[in-house]
Write a protein that binds this ligand. Structure first.
Ligand code: SAH
Length: 346
């Protein structure tokens, strides 16, 4: 198996190059080429032919390939179905905001967290994405767009904390000045609540925004829609979140998907405001996206606004997520799922 050079951090690449008997500065040259977006080692024109041949015999610079692309006629949101070198598919979504482009990227092929409302988890987890496949999504989409992408959210397919090490390598390369040079303050990582990893991240203290998919206010309610809660219950999760804020002094963003009749009444809003009271945080309310298999329904607009203003009136900053690309809408994980269903029928 050849090693993908984008799977290495800068430091590991240096070790790798020194191991080939080459001077250290070659690693810097190679690292720069990698994130300029070359897709062949032969394109590294300041390396000798001999070194390029040696590198090609033991390593690759493969990037995911665009399989399908959907562009919204309403707001230019783009959804990409990308194909990996083993034939697996993942999704990335590009959104245009006033301040620039944000990409939503995947961290795994499928997901094993089992959230009841989510399309990404329906077929389980196939495998983790490698660091090159994670950063490759940003590179391939940016190249297709011919524009710089300024913000990244890890809210696509997969649970980033179920693939911790590869995600950390990605964070290192994406922010490196000779890498993609996208600062951690422009990156959001979303987790379903793996409390141990929240603490691990707190120790590393990158300046990213941590987003927690909370979606419920008590263990009974959360157990019924998010199996991860049986391992890390709400009290354990909140302790880890408070520790994270204490160590990093960063505001946490709580994602709260509103599902009609499940977690959207004012009694629940009151519970939520008590749970988050006094925390350095923000709540992002998301009316649930309908996924055929789940049968969950969106909370209606008036009730969403009631829920939001209840939180605001109780000193919890809350916003409602704007829906984007509604004409090409498929809830997270649906593009890949539709594709797999189609292949099964063929
Ligand atoms: N595994 C990570 C990141 C991927 S999901 C996590 O759980 O945070 C990104 C966000 O979309 C999460 O908040 C998730 O709960 C939410 N989500 C998943 N399916 C959804 C749906 N059908 N409607 C609305 N939000 C959904």
């Amino acid at each position: 198996m050849k090693i993908n050079l984008r799977d290495l951090t800068y430091e590991k690449l240096e070790e790798f190059i020194l191991g080939l008997g080459e001077p250290k500065f070659r690693a810097k040259q190679i690292f720069k080429w990698l994130y300029l977006g070359i897709n062949s080692i032969d394109d590294m024109t300041n390396l000798s032919k001999d070194l390029r041949e040696r590198l090609s015999s033991i390593s690759t610079v493969f990037l995911p390939e665009i399989e399908e692309k959907f562009v919204s006629g309403i707001d230019e949101t783009r959804k990409y179905l990308l194909k990996l070198d083993d034939g697996n598919y993942i999704e990335s979504v590009l959104m245009k905001y006033k301040h620039g482009y944000t990409i939503c990227i995947s961290s795994q092929v499928g997901c094993r967290m089992g959230c009841a409302f989510c399309a990404s988890t329906i077929g389980g987890r196939i495998r983790n994405l490698t660091p090159s496949e994670i950063i490759g999504q940003v590179m391939v989409v940016s190249n297709d767009l011919k524009e710089r992408i300024s913000n990244i959210v890890m809210m696509g397919i997969g649970e980033p904390f179920d693939n911790f090490e590869n995600v950390m390598t990605f964070l290192s390369n994406v922010s490196h000045p000779d890498g993609l040079n996208i600062g951690h303050r422009h990156i959001t990582l979303s987790t379903c609540g793996i409390a141990d990893k929240i603490r691990d991240l707190a120790h590393l203290a990158p300046q990213i925004t941590l987003s927690i998919s909370l979606h419920a206010t008590n263990d009974e309610m959360r157990n019924s829609i998010m199996p991860v809660n049986k391992k890390y219950n709400i009290a354990t999760l909140m302790e880890a979140c408070k520790y994270y804020i204490y160590k990093t002094n960063r505001r946490i963003s709580f994602e709260y998907t509103l599902i009609a009749g499940v977690n959207d009444d004012l009694k629940t809003a009151r519970e939520l405001s008590k749970l988050l009271s006094g925390m350095l945080c923000h709540v992002n309310l998301i009316p649930v996206n309908a996924v055929n298999e789940t049968g969950f329904k969106k909370t209606d607009k008036n009730k969403v606004e009631e829920f939001r203003s209840y939180l605001e009136n109780h000193k919890i900053p809350a916003t409602v997520r704007r829906e984007m690309g509604s004409d090409i809408n498929a809830a997270c994980g649906q593009l890949r799922k539709n594709r797999l269903d189609r292949e099964r029928c063929d």
